[in-house]
Design a protein around this ligand. Structure first.
Ligand SMILES: NC(=O)c1ccc[n+]([C@@H]2O[C@H](COP(=O)([O-])OP(=O)(O)OC[C@H]3O[C@@H](n4cnc5c(N)ncnc54)[C@H](O)[C@@H]3O)[C@@H](O)[C@H]2O)c1
Length: 269
C-alpha cells in the first residue's frame, strides 16, 4: 500500500485556501496530519475551513493575507513559523480570473490587478516562503504553484490570465533549479476546468458548455483530485520530481481534438 505518512506534522501555508481548489488542498492536507496555515482575504470562509479541519481531528490556523501585498505575505510566513515552529512547504494557490476579451481591449488597470495577484503573488510567496523553509532547515521542503492549462497553451480572449500563468510556470522551473541543492522541490499543477467559484456568477449551463468544449471527456474536474496530486507532491514519494508543470485536465493539453468516425461503434453499446 502506498504510504503518505511522510507528510505527517509537516507545516504548510496555503494561499487562497478559503474556497475552491485551495480549500480542497487544505482539507486533504489536514486529513493527512499536516499542520495547515489556511490563508485568504476572506476571513469568514477561511475560519470555517479551519474549523472543519479541526472537527476531523486535524491541526489548522487562519491568517488573513492578500498575496499581492508584500507585507501580508511576509507576515503570513512569520505567522506559520511563530505558530508551528517551522515551515516545510507552501502552496501558492490564490488566483483570480479576468474578463474574456481580445488583448488590445484590456485596460492597464486590469493588467496590473490580474498580474499583481496571479504572478506577483506567486513571486512574493516564493520570496518569503523559501526564506522561511531554508531557515527552518526542512529536510524535505516543497513549493507547489497552482498554474493552469492556460499556463501551457495560449487562449483566445484570455491574454492576461494566460500570460500570468505562463509566468508562474517560468518561475516554477527557475526556482526548482535555484533550490534543488537545498532539498526544496518546486512544481506547478496545471488544472484544466474545475467547478469552483472562480467561474463567478456564470450560469451552470454555461459552465457545463465550457466543460464540453474544453475538456476531452466533457466533464468538469473535482477539486479533490487537485488535493490528491498536491498531497503526493508534498510527500517524500515525490522528492525526485521538481521543475515540473503537471497537467490535470482530462487530456486537454495533450493536443487538438479532431473528429473521427469509428468503424465499430457497436463496442460502445
Ligand atoms: N477552477 C478552475 O477551473 C481553475 C483552472 C485552472 C487554474 N485555476 C487556478 O486555481 C487557483 C484557485 O482557483 P479556484 O478555482 O479555487 O478559485 P476560487 O475563486 O474558488 O478560490 C480562490 C480563493 O482565493 C482567494 N483570493 C482571491 N484573491 C486573493 C488574494 N489577493 N490574496 C489571497 N487570497 C485571494 C479567494 O478569496 C478564494 O477563497 C487559482 O490560481 C486559479 O487561477 C483554477
Amino acid at each position: 500500500m502506498t504510504d503518505f505518512s511522510s507528510v505527517k506534522d509537516k507545516v504548510v501555508v496555503i494561499t487562497g485556501a478559503a474556497d475552491g481548489l485551495g480549500e480542497a488542498i487544505a482539507q486533504c492536507f489536514g486529513e493527512n496530519g499536516m499542520k495547515v496555515v489556511v490563508s485568504d482575504i476572506d476571513a469568514e470562509k477561511g475560519n470555517k475551513v479551519v474549523e472543519q479541519i479541526k472537527s476531523k481531528g486535524g491541526e489548522a490556523s487562519f491568517i488573513k493575507a492578500d498575496v499581492s501585498k508584500e507585507i501580508d505575505v511576509k507576515e503570513m510566513m512569520d505567522f506559520a513559523v511563530e505558530t508551528y515552529g517551522c515551515l516545510d512547504g507552501l502552496v501558492n494557490n490564490a488566483g483570480i480570473a479576468a474578463a474574456n476579451r481580445p488583448t488590445h481591449e484590456y485596460s492597464v488597470a486590469e493588467f496590473d490587478r490580474l498580474t499583481s495577484v496571479n504572478l506577483k503573488g506567486v513571486f512574493l510567496g516564493l520570496k518569503f516562503g523559501v526564506e522561511a523553509i531554508l531557515k527552518s532547515k526542512s529536510s524535505s521542503g516543497f513549493i507547489i504553484n497552482i498554474a493552469s492549462l492556460a499556463g501551457l497553451l495560449g487562449n483566445s480572449s484570455m491574454g492576461l490570465y494566460s500570460s500570468a500563468k505562463h509566468g508562474v510556470v517560468g518561475l516554477t522551473k527557475s526556482a526548482a533549479l535555484d533550490y534543488a541543492p537545498y532539498n526544496i522541490t518546486v512544481n506547478a499543477i496545471c488544472p484544466g476546468t474545475f467547478r469552483t467559484s472562480i467561474w463567478g456568477d456564470a450560469p451552470e449551463e454555461q459552465v457545463q458548455q465550457y466543460a464540453k468544449m474544453l475538456s476531452p471527456n466533457g466533464k468538469l474536474g473535482d477539486p479533490k483530485e487537485i488535493g490528491h496530486l498536491a498531497l503526493f507532491l508534498a510527500s517524500d514519494l515525490a522528492r525526485y520530481i521538481s521543475g515540473s508543470a503537471i497537467s490535470i485536465d482530462a487530456g486537454s493539453s495533450a493536443g487538438k481534438l479532431t473528429p473521427s468516425k469509428w468503424s465499430h461503434p457497436e463496442i460502445l453499446v
